[in-house]
Design a protein around this ligand. Structure first.
Ligand code: MLT
Length: 404
């Protein structure tokens, strides 16, 4: 008789956004007349930039011509895209990352879940709390997290680094020494971030204790303050301890197109073992490359027109963020984030739990958000709204919340 991976049985409930989707569809079935405004999952609403669409059309035509048709993409990504990434995301920022340290993928979600595969089973992970649920769940599936405590909603073998308003949402070095540290900055879900100097301290810490940092920079395009690093490789010593994950979903609206990349520097070693070689081996074995058409779309985001158009899109969403932040403040809410990230993180009013506030907002304002506790126990009493809606819906949602 076959056996299953018992670790899957340990996962409590379903994936956060699937749970929310189920609750929302039950509500719509029961109240078909209510017009919902969805500010829950961080999914974009603006169409792809014209430069991206033009590149995709051109690539589609190439695929229809025997002379320019492409089959399997190179496993690590086409050189035209890796060169553009190395130039714009790294060289122009003073970071020394070469194109062959960049692995193009179908998005940062899969990379953030898969990257743990190249690490030993006995490693202890440290995560910010609250945190993007994929980091912990993927380690649960791999059997690295120990036993779940349903009361505390924590795993025995995970080191949690609470990020709350008391510590300004800045993770503190844990008392126990971790082997793998997940950092998402600017942060999902709190919408806050840390300064470059604070990030440098994390890099120094990781190098000192021999830990690896898995650095999720999916929201980098939303950084508006000058003292915040756009890449962890702006910090000295980061190439010896950090892997960086990047996405085209939030800066270019590729949530439905699917494209991302991971940087594994050649300097990153565990003894003699090169993590770069291991990830290349893994990528080559388990992945056949992001589609040519999509990689051309990615390349177009770095063209002069593409960059201008993307900046406009980011500004559009950040206008929403400012409107939500100011509107909620005016309505008496305590609000964080929204300055370097497209997420607003608010304290739930009164003594409401995160899920109580979710239901309250859904039923009374017909607005969907994300309960903070879904991201970890320290998210209890908080709630996340995304700035990725349309401007009109954002204002309408605010109007409804202000009337509550
Ligand atoms: C979120 O809402 O946290 C994100 O959209 C999830 C994701 O990027 O996968």
């Amino acid at each position: 008789m076959f056996k299953i991976n018992e670790n899957y049985q340990k996962l409590p409930g379903s994936y956060l956004f699937s749970t929310i989707a189920k609750k929302v569809s039950a509500f719509t079935e029961a109240h078909p007349d209510k017009e919902l405004i969805r500010l829950g999952i961080g999914d974009v609403t603006q169409p792809l930039a014209p430069a991206v669409i033009a590149a995709m059309h051109k690539a589609v035509d190439e695929m229809g011509d025997a002379g320019t048709f492409r089959g399997y993409a190179p496993d690590l990504g086409y050189a035209f895209l890796r060169d553009a990434i190395a130039e714009h995301d790294y060289k122009l920022r003073g970071c020394d990352i070469s194109p062959d340290e960049i692995f193009v993928s179908d998005g940062a979600k899969s990379d953030s879940a898969n990257i743990q595969e190249i690490f030993g089973q006995e490693n202890r992970i440290a995560v910010c709390d609250p945190v993007y649920p994929v980091y912990v769940d993927s380690n649960v599936m791999a059997g690295r997290t120990g036993v779940y405590d349903p009361k505390k909603e924590t795993w025995s073998n995970v080191i949690y680094m609470p990020c709350t308003m008391e510590n300004g949402f800045v993770p503190e070095f844990p008392r126990e020494t971790p082997d793998m540290i997940y950092l998402c900055l600017p942060n999902n879900p709190t919408g806050t971030t840390i300064t470059k100097a604070q990030l440098q301290e994390w890099v120094d810490y990781a190098n000192k204790v021999g830990a690896v940092i898995i650095y999720d920079g999916a929201y980098e395009a939303y950084i508006s303050e000058g003292d915040v690093a756009h890449s962890i490789y702006e910090c000295e010593g980061a190439k010896a301890c950090a892997i960086e994950l990047k996405s085209f979903s939030k800066n270019a609206g590729f949530t439905g197109v699917r494209l991302g990349y991971t940087v594994v520097p050649k300097e990153l070693k565990c003894g003699e073992a090169s993590l770069h070689q291991m990830w290349a081996r893994r990528h080559g074995t388990k992945f056949n490359g992001a589609p040519y058409i999509v990689q051309r779309a990615g390349e177009a985001t770095y063209s002069p027109e593409g960059r201008t158009q993307l900046k406009e899109q980011v500004a559009y969403y950040m206008k929403n963020a400012a409107a939500i932040k100011n509107g909620l403040k005016d309505a008496g809410y305590t609000v964080f984030g929204g300055v370097n990230a497209p997420y607003i993180w608010l304290k739930t009013p009164g003594k409401m739990t995160s899920w109580e506030f979710f239901d309250y907002l859904l039923e009374n304002a017909n607005v969907v958000g994300t309960p903070g506790s879904g991201f970890g126990p320290s998210g209890e009493g908080y709630f996340r709204l995304t700035a990725f809606g349309t401007y009109e819906n954002t204002l309408a949602a605010l109007g409804r919340i202000q009337k509550l």
